[in-house]
Write a protein that binds this ligand. Structure first.
Ligand code: NAD
Length: 356
C-alpha cells in the first residue's frame, strides 16, 4: 500500500519534531511493508514569510487531496503584531474548517516512569489511559444567534441530531478498539441541547451492545478527572465542555511534550502534537519529539489503518521512557541518559522496528 501524506512543519520546534516523526514513520513503513509519499506544504509564519499568507491555496489543495495530514506547530512573536486574519493561527483555523474536522481526539496516557511529572499523586494516576472525543465544529462556539451590545452579550449552544450522531459514532468505533467504555459528558439537568445530546448518544448505544455507556454532568466530570481519572476510558462530549475537559485531562500526565492529538473530519484528518511552536526552545535540539511521534502513530491507526505499525511505535515510546532516555523537559524524572530531539527520535525508530 502507498499513502499520500501532507506534511506541514510550521514554525518554531515544528520542523524539528516533524523530522523525528518522519524518521520513525520511515522506519516502520519499511518494516511493515507500506509506502509513505510525503509532500511538504507551508502554513503559519513560514508561509507568511515566503508567500505572504498563512494558508496558501497550494497547501489547502494538497492537504485535501492527501490520505492524512501530519502537522507540527505554528506561531511566534515575529507575527504577533499582524492583524488577526493574517496571523499564523488564521491559517490553521481555516485549514481545520476546510477539513470539516468535527471530532477532536485527545489521548492522555500516563507513563509509569513519569508518574512524578504530574501534580496528582502517583497512586491516583498510575495506569491512566483516557481518550477525550470532543465535538469540534458545532456547539456554542458557532451557534446563532450570537452578539454583543452595550448591555448584553449572548451565544447559543445548538446541536443537531446529525452533528451529535457523527461525533458519537467516532467515539463508539474507537471505544470498540479500546476498553469498550464511553462516558458521555453533558449538562442535561439544565440544558435542552444536552438532553438531545443524551438521547441521541443513548440511541446509538443500541448499535454497540458491547460498549458500556454512562452519562455524567460536566461539573462532576471535571471533579472526577482529578479525583479518580482511572474510571474513564473514552469521554465523549461537546465543543465547549470538551475544550475545558481535554486540557484538564492532558495535565494529568504533566508533560506537554508527550501528548498527541487528531482532528477527524469527513474529508482528511489532521494529526498534531497538543503543544505549540515553543519558540523559547526552537533550534536548540532539545524539544521533545514524542508528542509528534505519537501523533504519527495515531495517523497510522486512524487514517491509514496500519494498526501493527502504530502499536510498534507506541511500544517503542514506552520502552525508551522505561529505559530512562529523556529530553530536557522530562529529565528530572528518572533520566539515565539525556537525549537531543534527534537522538531520542533515532532510538524510538530503532525500537519500533526491533525484531522485524
Ligand atoms: P507552547 O506549547 O509552544 O509552549 C509552552 C511551554 O511548553 C514552553 O515552555 C515550551 O518550551 C514547552 N514545550 C512545548 N512543546 C515542547 C516540546 N515538544 N518539548 C519540550 N518543551 C515543550 O505554548 P506557548 O508558549 O503558549 O505558545 C508558543 C507559540 O505557539 C505561540 O505563537 C502560540 O500561538 C503557538 N501555539 C500554536 C499551537 C499550534 O500550532 N497548534 C498551539 C498552541 C500554541
Amino acid at each position: 500500500m502507498s499513502y499520500r501524506i501532507a506534511v506541514i512543519k510550521g514554525d518554531g520546534v515544528g520542523p524539528e519534531v516533524i523530522d523525528e516523526a518522519k524518521k520513525v514513520l520511515d522506519a516502520v513503513s519499511y518494516a511493515y511493508n507500506f509506502n509513505l509519499d510525503y509532500q511538504d506544504y507551508l502554513m503559519g509564519g513560514a508561509a507568511i514569510d515566503r508567500v505572504g499568507t498563512p494558508l496558501p491555496e497550494e497547501t489547502l489543495k494538497g492537504a485535501l487531496s492527501s490520505d492524512a495530514i501530519l502537522f507540527g506547530a505554528i506561531g511566534g512573536e515575529k507575527w504577533d503584531t499582524l492583524p488577526l486574519e493574517q496571523r499564523p493561527e488564521a491559517g490553521l483555523l481555516k485549514l481545520r474548517k476546510a477539513l470539516d474536522a468535527f471530532a477532536n481526539l485527545r489521548p492522555t496516557l500516563v507513563y509509569n516512569e513519569l508518574l512524578e511529572a504530574s501534580t496528582l499523586k502517583p497512586n491516583v494516576i498510575e495506569g491512566v489511559d483516557i481518550l477525550v472525543v470532543r465535538e469540534l465544529t458545532g456547539g456554542i462556539y458557532f451557534g446563532e444567534p450570537r452578539g454583543q451590545d452595550s448591555h448584553k452579550g449572548y451565544n447559543t449552544m445548538v446541536y443537531t441530531v446529525e452533528e451529535i450522531q457523527r461525533v458519537a459514532r467516532v467515539a463508539f468505533e474507537i471505544a470498540m478498539k479500546r476498553r469498550k467504555k464511553i462516558c458521555s459528558v453533558d449538562k442535561a439537568n439544565v440544558l435542552e441541547v444536552s438532553r438531545l445530546w443524551r438521547e441521541v448518544v443513548t440511541q446509538m448505544a443500541n448499535e454497540y451492545q458491547e460498549v458500556e455507556l454512562t452519562h455524567m454532568y460536566v461539573d462532576n466530570a471535571a471533579m472526577q478527572l482529578v479525583r479518580n481519572p482511572k474510571q474513564f476510558d473514552v469521554i465523549l462530549t461537546g465543543n465547549l465542555f470538551g475544550d475545558i475537559l481535554s486540557d484538564e485531562a492532558s495535565m494529568i500526565s504533566g508533560s506537554i511534550g508527550l501528548l498527541p492529538s487528531a482532528s477527524i473530519g469527513s474529508k482528511v484528518s489532521l494529526y498534531e502534537p497538543i503543544h505549540g511552536s515553543a519558540p523559547d526552545i526552537a533550534r536548540q535540539g532539545i524539544a521533545n519529539p514524542i508528542a509528534t511521534i505519537a501523533s504519527a502513530s495515531m495517523m497510522l491507526r486512524y487514517s491509514l489503518k496500519e494498526e501493527s505499525a502504530a502499536n510498534a511505535i507506541d511500544r517503542a515510546i514506552r520502552k525508551v521512557l522505561k529505559e530512562g532516555y529523556r529530553t530536557r523537559d522530562i529529565a528530572s524524572f528518572g533520566a539515565k541518559e539525556l537525549c537531543t530531539t534527534d537522538g531520542l527520535g533515532s532510538i524510538i525508530a530503532e525500537y519500533a522496528t526491533e525484531g522485524k
